[in-house]
Design a protein around this ligand. Structure first.
Ligand code: ADP
Length: 330
């Protein structure tokens, strides 16, 4: 290896979790630390995402620092949304702090917003790798994001419970689920929870056609309880419930599941995907490869150029929407 290459060799890496927390972030962190040690790198944990980077809340981690966290939701590194980091000045200060701690590269575990920050750092000379973690599964470049499966299982359990009481009281329940501007959680949990209707931001809806009529035809066929899933990106779940009651006379209540969807012990899928992605991120760095987002294509872990990855979009599966409608007929 030439002297030039030797000088560029990555030896000290920083890792942070950023933006909305997601179950499995800890598993990804654990994988980054353990794989880093395996590759003989020094790994530094940065607290509170970019906020901690700007504040220099950075300390070295060892194998023990990540003991007993693979099973825990949230993130032991803590997370935050930094306003300052979104300015040119903030990004420059981030690089200055990475230089002070002699970090050769950063691993950013987070969502789209966090990746934009990572891309900006990369552009000014801080090598980065991104690992997608958000319950919303709304990152264009990857089929799967860490936290999605756990969140969907939480929603599924909540729907099952709501259904028990809705059926005993012969009621209609409107359940609002997370997903930001995407309907992935709503659509999948609508199918898994046997909902009568599922309203997602990707599809325009008509309250009479898509909600009232299905409820009435179910009632006329002898059904006594109804679950309507509304994605957070559509919103207005309380108003939707009021309209259902007005039009059908059926007692209708609304449950906004909220932040419980972000917590909880990660599922096997989230732990395994997070472990594979964390290990791959470090393997790339150990080979001197940076400016990449680790992603899932089907069941495979791949990596993509960060600039290209941020320009990618994905669409909702039309077949799934159709199937969901067919299966809710009664
Ligand atoms: P997520 O990563 O879950 O999408 P946010 O959108 O809240 O979460 O962003 C998380 C972090 O990324 C914030 O600390 C913010 O400073 C940074 N960030 C978000 N958007 C941008 C952007 N357009 N440019 C630079 N940094 C950004």
């Amino acid at each position: 290896m030439s002297k030039m290459q030797e000088e560029k060799k990555i030896q000290r890496i920083g890792v942070l979790t950023s933006g909305g927390d997601a179950p499995g972030m800890n598993a990804a962190l654990r994988a980054v630390v353990r794989a880093g040690l395996y590759h003989k790198l020094q790994v530094f944990g940065i607290k509170r995402g970019y906020e901690g980077l700007l504040d220099g809340e950075i300390s070295e981690m060892n194998a023990h620092s990540v003991s007993n966290i693979i099973n825990r939701g949230g993130t032991v590194l803590l997370t935050a949304r930094s306003k300052e980091f979104q300015s040119e000045e903030g990004i420059k200060r981030g690089k200055a702090m990475a230089d002070i701690f002699k970090l050769d590269a950063l691993v950013v575990i987070g969502g789209d917003g966090s990746f934009r920050g990572a891309r900006d750092l990369h552009r000014i000379g801080v090598p980065v790798i991104g690992i997608p973690a958000t319950i919303d599964n709304d990152i264009g470049c990857t089929d799967y994001t860490i936290g999605y499966d756990t969140a969907m299982n939480t929603v599924k359990e909540a729907i099952d419970r709501i259904k028990d009481t809705a059926s005993s009281h012969e009621r209609c329940s409107v359940v609002e689920v997370m997903g930001r501007n995407a309907g992935y959680i709503a659509l999948n949990c609508g199918i898994a929870g046997g909902a009568e209707a599922c309203i997602i931001p990707e599809k325009k809806f008509d309250i009479n056609e898509d909600i009232i009529k299905p409820i009435l035809s179910c009632r006329n066929a002898g059904k006594h309880h109804y679950i309507i899933i509304v994605a957070e990106g559509v919103g207005g779940s309380v108003e939707i419930a009021e309209k259902i009651k007005e039009a059908t006379g059926i007692t209708t209540n609304t449950t906004i599941l909220g932040h419980q969807q972000r917590g909880g012990s990660p599922t096997v899928r989230d732990r395994v995907v997070a472990s594979l992605m964390g290990a791959e991120a470090v393997s790339l760095l150990a080979r001197g490869i940076t400016g990449r987002i680790v992603a899932m294509k089907g069941e495979n872990v791949v990596d993509l150029d960060i600039e290209e990855a941020l320009g990618m979009t994905k669409s909702i599966d039309e077949g799934l929407i159709e199937t969901s409608k067919i299966l809710s007929l009664y």
